[in-house]
Design a protein around this ligand. Structure first.
Ligand code: HAS
Ligand code: CU
Length: 635
């Protein structure tokens, strides 16, 4: 690793670092950091929920929580981890990294970006806080209607869920359009699509999955919202509704959603593995195409979540086949990562440990997925702990491991300091052992028939040992996460100073100071290959790699300006660069919008006149702040 004594201690990326500067920031890097901290906060919340559940299930017939409380815990654990932890952790990287990786000064719509974050924060609090009074959503993260209609779920619980997910969907959609526009329009000269770093590529695919999948759940939720609040009968079986309507809509969203969760992590490890093998990514083109294939196929498999509903042999067969097909592009990625490491100079630093952890753990989860893809096999496994084992291997062993890999890797770019290697190793091993101890036994308890979502069980069914192991594993995961947080906050203050490029990495983000100045690049780089910094510093590593997907003259009509490393730190003003004004208006628009949508809960609590008056007031405030936002100058 390049040592860093020569570099000065890191300075914050803007002169102003007070609270106000965070509330009003439109800088994509700061918004990324806000996403990171908020998602880590929700990780603690979701983790606590899981720990209480595992304590309840440690032994037969415990009474740590009631059945109703348990329902709320598993619903909120799933909802939190999917929508408030993994997606936003990915968003932290979209925000922080994409502009840096493509050589841009910001995202296409910086204020919309701030808006997305604030909607996420307020929406996340809206859906999470009710658990403090045990009135949280209790219908599972999939919220099956008609069980979630007013007739079967009269309380406020599901109202929080329906409205909360609507709010969070707005945040994801706004962000997706923002990143698609950014990637299409704001790449530096010479940064052709086929030269983009793999993280940006996988993120690009994910944004399309978001804009195609989220509208489907939005529609499903609008139906449910209308059934619950205004007496429509979209899910009312007695009135002729199809009992499977919700399941189809939910899983048409829900399956692409799982790839929305995993592809950013795949992108991150595709940055880490070449770096710590000191070799270009094996089969770059195939990696891009397999990511796109996963995205496409992901829309054609949703009914594998419904093999037990009796769709008939033809539908079951078709969905079984499409599901099996997904193993191919996914396997292609696994093998390409392994070939990337093959013959490389491997360094087992923390990011690399987690990346290799992903390869191993995700493969286990992927293979149990392929077992589910066969309907007769799935009928044995569905609604048991076997499924819980499957999706925790892909989500925790895959998505979370990949994100940890990314955090260790990009922490120096974000903060200017390195995380502690010893603590990182400890975190990795505790995490690795804890995760296997928690989730591997679930394959067995599941095969022995233990159903998902039960709050307790009787002794004598052969489940005791496996449940005890799972609970002990969970406690180990708590310890490992504490080690991570300790490392994170300690290194933030006193970690080794990193300098521009502590890992000797190949891509643009490592050419600028850490943390980067608010304008990112003093001079927009001209890119001539996929590995500009290696071409510059280690040409031997990229020798023989085909960089010729498009010539620089083709793209820019100009001759290449050689890339250089930026070391000076001047302000945007000194450089004469116009930067977007910070503004707090998107925060207010987000706040009033969340209050307006969330205010729907008043429908069953207050007289109609109060309800209508409140909603109209909040709508007026939202429109007012939106108007103020749209009419204020940009830069
Ligand atoms: Fe899944 C249920 C099938 C990937 C997440 N999945 C879930 C649920 C979640 C989830 C959250 O077919 C539960 C939802 C709920 O609450 O009910 N899943 C698959 C398949 C894949 C897969 C085939 N899942 C994911 C990823 C997730 C995720 C990624 C999140 C990050 N999943 C299912 C099915 C169900 C399901 C059913 C419903 C179960 C039920 O009854 O409820 C694939 O994308 C995995 C592909 C990856 C690999 C590993 C690498 C490939 C290599 C190539 C060689 C392998 C071969 C296969 C040729 C396969 C190394 C050999 C096969 C053997 C059996 C040996
Ligand atoms: Cu699926």
């Amino acid at each position: 690793m390049a040592t860093t004594a020569a570099h000065a201690a890191p300075v914050a990326s803007e002169e102003n670092t007070g609270l106000w500067s965070w509330l009003s920031t439109v800088d994509h890097k700061r918004i990324g950091i806000l996403y990171l901290y908020t998602a880590l906060f929700f990780l603690v919340v979701g983790g606590l929920e899981a720990t209480v559940m595992r304590t309840q299930l440690m032994k037969p017939n415990l009474t740590v929580v009631t059945a109703e409380q348990f329902n709320q815990l598993f619903t909120m654990h799933g909802t939190t981890m999917v929508f408030l932890v993994i997606m936003p952790l990915s968003a932290a990287f979209f925000n922080f990294l994409i502009p840096l990786q493509i050589g841009a000064r910001d995202v296409a719509f910086p204020r919309l970006n701030a808006f997305s974050y604030w909607v996420y924060l307020f929406g996340g609090l809206f859906i999470t806080l009710p658990i403090l009074g045990w009135i949280a959503p209790n219908g599972g993260w999939f919220g099956y209607a008609p069980l979630t209609t007013r007739a079967y779920a009269p309380g406020l619980n599901i109202d929080f869920w329906v409205l909360g997910l609507q709010i969070l969907g707005i945040s994801s959609l706004a962000a997706a359009f923002n990143f698609i526009t950014t990637i299409i329009n704001m790449r530096a000269p010479g940064m052709t699509l086929m030269r983009m770093p793999m993280f940006t590529w996988m993120s690009f695919v994910v944004q399309f999955l978001v804009i195609l999948a989220f509208p489907v759940i939005t529609i499903a939720l609008v139906f449910l919202q209308f059934d619950r609040f205004f007496g429509t009968q979209f899910y009312e079986i007695a009135a002729g509704a199809d009992p499977l309507l919700w399941q189809h809509l939910f899983w048409v969203f829900g399956h692409p959603e799982v790839y929305i969760l995993i592809l950013p992590a795949f992108g991150l490890v595709s940055e880490v593995l070449p770096n710590f093998s000191k070799k270009p990514l094996f089969g770059y083109n195939v990696m891009v195409y397999s990511g796109i294939m996963i995205g496409f196929l992901g829309f054609g498999v949703w009914a594998h979540h419904m093999f037990a509903v009796g769709m008939g042999a033809v539908a079951d067969t078709l969905f079984s086949l499409t599901t099996m097909l997904i193993a191919i592009p996914t396997g292609v990625k696994i093998f390409n990562w392994i070939f990337t490491m093959w013959g490389g100079q491997i360094r087992f630093a923390s990011p690399m440990k987690f990346a290799i952890g992903l390869i191993a753990m995700f493969t286990i989860g992927g293979i149990s997925g392929v077992m589910h893809s066969s309907p007769p096999s799935d009928l044995q496994q569905t609604d048991t702990y076997f499924v819980v084992a499957h999706f925790h291997y892909v989500l925790f062993g895959g998505a979370i491991m990949g994100i940890f890999s990314g955090i260790y890797f990009y922490f120096p770019k974000m903060t200017g300091r390195l995380m502690d290697e010893g603590l990182g190793t400890l975190h990795f091993w505790l995490n690795f052992i804890g995760l296997n101890l928690t989730f591997f036994p679930m394959h067995f308890s599941g095969m022995l028939g233990m159903p998902r979502r039960i709050y307790t069980y009787d002794a004598g069914q052969g489940w005791e040992l496996f449940n005890m192991m799972s609970t002990m594993g969970t406690y180990l995961l708590v310890v490992s996460t504490l080690v991570f947080f300790y490392n994170f906050f300690k290194s933030r203050v006193s970690g080794q100073v990193a300098g521009n490029d502590p890992w000797e990495a190949p891509t643009l983000e490592w050419s600028i100071p850490s943390p980067p100045p608010d304008y990112n690049f003093a001079q927009i780089p001209v890119v001539t290959s996929r590995y500009p910094l290696w071409d510059l510093k280690h040409p031997e590593k990229t020798a023989g790699v085909d960089h010729s997907s498009a010539s620089i003259e083709e793209v820019t009509g100009a001759h290449a300006v050689p890339m250089h490393e930026e070391t000076e730190r001047r302000t945007a003003k000194e450089l004469g660069l116009p930067m977007p004004f910070p503004t707090i208006k998107p925060l207010f628009t987000a706040l009033f919008m969340v209050l307006m949508i969330g205010g729907m809960v008043l429908k069953t609590l207050t007289p109609l006149s109060v309800f209508v008056a409140t909603l109209i007031t909040l709508a007026a405030l939202m429109v007012g702040s939106l108007y103020a936002w749209l009419t204020s100058p940009l830069e």
